[in-house]
Structures are given as structure tokens and as C-alpha cells.
Write a protein that binds this ligand. Structure first.
Ligand SMILES: Cc1cc2nc3c(=O)[nH]c(=O)nc-3n(C[C@H](O)[C@H](O)[C@H](O)COP(=O)(O)OP(=O)(O)OC[C@H]3O[C@@H](n4cnc5c(N)ncnc54)[C@H](O)[C@@H]3O)c2cc1C
Length: 460
């Protein structure tokens, strides 16, 4: 839909995936040809790009201003087989990209836990996947991108071409300009299946020891924790390590068409979810027990599809509605490897609070990259999903914030909803450098979002 059409002029209520802090903005749908015109029409509250709205908090909303959504389509996907790269329009989703590249023997360098994110959103959040310890984050694989600046000029940037602006944009949450397209490297694959090792482990120490021992030998590694377990079971969980399966590992029907890919049908959450949601201590205790018990003590070489291993939540459309009307937040931080004690204390505090948390992900990050605001940095990262209605949540999380920051850690902007500007300033020591690049390319502060105002990343 073009921005000049009357329907675009009505404000839309926009929220992140957590649905916890909606705000009204004018949503402007553009293609690459109408993008400059849309930028010229931005009001004093400015504008921000939006992908598929899979960030949990408020980076892709802009109360009282404009929110620009760039259309993506399959004709914006150009694979260079000899270079092992792809050039993709920023509005294209990883979902659409995978459907094109997997049958041709390629995989994205990094995928998050959902494939419903755009390439623009992947770069702007510098997303990480289960392979961060081996491959780094999305920005590490981008060789060049085109960015439309606030004055509507289009610049090409890369690690060797205006590297400062490139790295300010990788993880820059859309606040340097609108990414138009990007070229990045792909991972060659022989099959569309994953060879997975699953291991059920009895407590946090066991999980951390196993992760530290094994992740150098596997490409993908992640652990799910049961945060309602305590005592000697504190932090028990299930570790899954995986690699892309080779042809020689396939047998039976799967070997007939090794690169066959079907992302599977979505089932929807029923339309009538009670206002308070269905996530409570009782349902989560039952779920966690079941999930933990159903995992094998050790199982190796299991073949799983790409959606089953990487994107299991995508099988349920709009699953974020199960948290009820007030929504939920994801709290994600990273602490350096030497701060294992802090991680343990965080897990103890969360477990003692007995919050209804079923999605808890623990992962080891490799070293960070040149992104001024890129989140990953060497250490342990923990992410939890929790309903915002939980009593005492805010003081609890602010208490954890202080521990994380004292340990030299930081919070993930793409997930954030409750951290403070001071916490971001402490966690991201290169913030002033980033603000200087931003002032160079956007002196008038054209790019603005609810997140940028909340966390002091924009002048207005
Ligand atoms: C179920 C689930 C699992 C997830 N798992 C992970 C994970 O494992 N690892 C991880 O890192 N993240 C994860 N995420 C978060 C998600 O990957 C990021 O928030 C991602 O940025 C969302 O992309 P999007 O296209 O929906 O962008 P949006 O959420 O719409 O926007 C995110 C940011 O990107 C900016 N942006 C979007 N398009 C452009 C553009 N063209 N130019 C410039 N800026 C742009 C926006 O301004 C905003 O600041 C997960 C999210 C969900 C819902």
C-alpha cells in the first residue's frame, strides 16, 4: 500500500511481540521506490523502520510519529552460488529466504528462534542464533548493505566501506537509516536435516559444565532450563547440540530428496484466550515437568527438520496471545564467562520468585563484533519470557540488572522493555561513539522510536 493512500493516515496501535507497551503511530507501507517520498513526509516525531514486529519490546514503534514498513518479495533474493552469498531486500523474511535457499543447498548464517523476521530487523538487532559461539552474529556475515539516510541519499556500507556507519547500523535498532538491501554469506548444507544430540541434565552446574565441554565441537548449542525447579534440581534442563546432517547420515525416505524443505503448517492459538492468559504457575509447573521428563537422558544422531530444531514456536501462530491482554516481556542479558557466580545467583533468585516461566534459554556466546550497540559478547546469555502482570516483577528485574551490570554484562535492546537509559549506558561502553556516528548521518534526529526515547538513544 502506498503512503499517499488515505488509509495510511490513520494512526495504528503498534506493539512488539510481547504486546506489553503498544503506542499509536502512522504505519506507512512502502516499496523501495516510494521510500524516499515517505521519508520526506516524516513529521517532527520522526520515523522508524519496522520489520515483522518480532522484537519483544518497543524498538519498532514510534508514538505520535511514523513507522515505515518496507515490502519484501522473492524477486529481491539473488543467490551468487560461486561466491556463496545472497543479496536480499531488507523487507524479505528469513522464512521466505529459507524456502528459496535450502533446496539449493544453502542456509542462513544466523537464524533466531523464529523465522518470521526480516533481513532489516536481523541486521538492526544484530541477531544471534544457537551458533553464536561458532559463527558470531548476523552482522559478522554481512559484506555490504545499502542504507537510505535521513536526507534520502542511499549509501553503500560494509566492514571495509564507511565501517563506522556499517557497525553503527549493525545492532543500531534502525536509528541510522533504513536498510534497503544487504549481501551476506551463506552456509553450504548437504541436507535439510539436523543431526541432534539431546541430553537431560540434573542441575545448573551440570548444564554449564557440559556446554563448556562440548560447544567447541558443535555448530549449534542451546539449553532450556526449568526455572521452577529448586534445591538440588536448581537450573535442571535439557541441552541440545546439533550440526547440519550430511548426506551420509540420511537413511530411508529422507535420503531420496536430501534438500527437501517444508516449513510446516501453522496451528493457531484459539481466539478466546482469557484476559489473564493461560500462563500461570500451575500450567508452567506441569509443562516444565513434562518437558524435562520427556527428554531422553542422552540421545545422539537424531535427525530433526530445520523448523523442529530452530523454530518450534513458529508451529503455533500468534502464540504470544497465551500471555493474556497485558502481555509479557523477554528479559535477556549476557555476563562474561568469569561471572558464572552471578548467573547462578540470577537463576536462584528467579527460581525463588517462582514466576511462571516456561521459556528459559541459556547459551554461550563467542566474542562480540565491531557493532557499537551489538548485544553479543563473550559469556553466558540467559533469556526468560515472563508475563508482565507478575507481582514484584519490576523490582526483581531491576535488582538483577544491577548484578548483571556490576559483572560487566548488558541487556539486549531487541528484547528490552524495562531497562533504563543508565543501564544501557553502563552496558554499552561505546554508546558515545555510536551517538557521534548517528549525529553525523542524522543531525536532525529524524529516526526515533519509543525505545530510542525511553533509553536516550535519540534527541527527541
Ligand atoms: C519467538 C522469537 C524468538 C526469537 N529468537 C531470537 C534469537 O534467538 N536471537 C535473537 O537475536 N533474536 C531473537 N528474537 C528477536 C528477533 O530476532 C529480533 O527482534 C529481530 O530484530 C526481529 O526482526 P523483525 O523483522 O521482526 O524486526 P522488528 O521487530 O519489526 O524491528 C526490530 C528493529 O529492526 C529495525 N528495522 C527493521 N527493519 C529495518 C530496516 N529495513 N532498516 C533499518 N532498521 C530496520 C527496527 O527499526 C527495530 O529497531 C526472537 C523473537 C521471537 C518473537
Amino acid at each position: 500500500m502506498l503512503p499517499s493512500q488515505p488509509r495510511d493516515r490513520r494512526p495504528s496501535l503498534l506493539a512488539g511481540w510481547g504486546r506489553a507497551a503498544p503506542s499509536a503511530a502512522r504505519l506507512v507501507d512502502v516499496d523501495v521506490h516510494s521510500l524516499a517520498a515517505a521519508i520526506k513526509e516524516l513529521p517532527s516525531r520522526g520515523g522508524i523502520a519496522r520489520g515483522l514486529g518480532r522484537s519483544y519490546g518497543d524498538p519498532a514503534q514510534n508514538a505520535g510519529g511514523h513507522v515505515i514498513r518496507l515490502a519484501g518479495s522473492n524477486d529481491q533474493i539473488h543467490v551468487d552460488e560461486s561466491a556463496g552469498t545472497v543479496t536480499v531486500g531488507a523487507g524479505v523474511s528469513i522464512d521466505d529466504l529459507l524456502a528459496v535457499i535450502i533446496p539449493r543447498g544453502w542456509f542462513v548464517p544466523v537464524t533466531p528462534g523464529t523465522r518470521f523476521v526480516t533481513i532489516g530487523g536481523a541486521i538492526a538487532s544484530d541477531i544471534h542464533g544457537k551458533n553464536h559461539h561458532a559463527d558470531g552474529s548476523f552482522g559478522d556475515h554481512v559484506t555490504s548493505m545499502r542504507l537510505m539516510l535521513a536526507d534520502t541519499t542511499v549509501v553503500e556500507v560494509g566492514p571495509n566501506r564507511d565501517a563506522d556507519l556499517f557497525w553503527a547500523t549493525v545492532g543500531g535498532m534502525g536509528l541510522t537509516g533504513i536498510i534497503v538491501d544487504a549481501t551476506f554469506t551463506l552456509i553450504p548444507i548437504e541436507t535439510s536435516l539436523m543431526s541432534v544430540e539431546t541430553r537431560r541434565l540434573g542441575d545448573l552446574d551440570e548444564i554449564m559444565a557440559h556446554m563448556a565441554e562440548t560447544d567447541a565441537g558443535v555448530r549449534y548449542s542451546v539449553a532450556w532450563l526449568d526455572l521452577l525447579a529448586h534445591g538440588r534440581h536448581l537450573g535442571r534442563g535439557v541441552l541440545t547440540n546439533a550440526d547440519h546432517a550430511t548426506r551420509s547420515q540420511l537413511h530411508g525416505r529422507s535420503s531420496i530428496d536430501p534438500l527437501a524443505y517444508d516449513s510446516g503448517q501453522l496451528v493457531a492459538v484459539p481466539p478466546l484466550v482469557p484476559p489473564g492468559g493461560v500462563i500461570n504457575r500451575l500450567s508452567v509447573t506441569a509443562f516444565n515437568e513434562l518437558w524435562y521428563r520427556k527428554a531422553p537422558r542422552v540421545r545422539s544422531g537424531e535427525l530433526q527438520s530445520i523448523p523442529a530444531y530452530f523454530h518450534p514456536l513458529d508451529l503455533v501462530g500468534d502464540w504470544n496471545r497465551v500471555y493474556g491482554r497485558r502481555g509479557f516481556l523477554q528479559y535477556q542479558f549476557v555476563v562474561p564467562f568469569e561471572a558464572e557466580g552471578v548467573l547462578r545467583t540470577v537463576v536462584e533468585r528467579l527460581s525463588a520468585a517462582a514466576l511462571p516461566i516456561f521459556l528459559t534459554v541459556l547459551k554461550r556466546f563467542g566474542p562480540g563484533n565491531g557493532g557499537h550497540l551489538s548485544f553479543p559478547t563473550g559469556g553466558w546469555t540467559l533469556a526468560i519470557d515472563v508475563p508482565v502482570r507478575c507481582a514484584g516483577l519490576s523490582p526483581l528485574l531491576h535488582g538483577l540488572d544491577a548484578m548483571v551490570l556490576d559483572a560487566g554484562g548488558r541487556h539486549y535492546l531487541a528484547k528490552d522493555f524495562q531497562t533504563t537509559a543508565a543501564a544501557i549506558r553502563r552496558g554499552y561502553p561505546r554508546l558515545d561513539e555510536w551517538l557521534a556516528v548517528r549525529a553525523r548521518v542524522d543531525p536532525a534526529g529524524t529516526w526515533a522510536s519509543d525505545l530510542s526515547r525511553r533509553l536516550g538513544l535519540a534527541p527527541h
